[in-house]
Design a protein around this ligand. Structure first.
Ligand SMILES: [Zn+2]
Length: 62
């Protein structure tokens, strides 16, 4: 049971449910997950495309 889930974890889970689609080549990584890093009040999600090495970046404010 993980009842004490932080907003950050919920945000991450929501992100992991979205498709990882490379905007450069259109590759969709169904099994991949975003790499999450935080800087202050910002959360940066990154996904490196395994086929073309492009990096998708999303940024959110907590
Ligand atoms: Zn790609």
């Amino acid at each position: 049971m993980s009842s004490a889930r932080s907003p950050f974890e919920q945000l991450r889970d929501r992100f992991n449910e979205t498709d990882l689609e490379c905007s450069a080549c259109g590759y969709i990584d169904a099994d991949g997950s975003w790499r999450v890093s935080t800087t202050g009040s910002r959360v940066t999600y990154q996904f490196m495309c395994p086929t073309c090495d492009a990096v998708e970046t999303r940024e959110m404010r907590l």
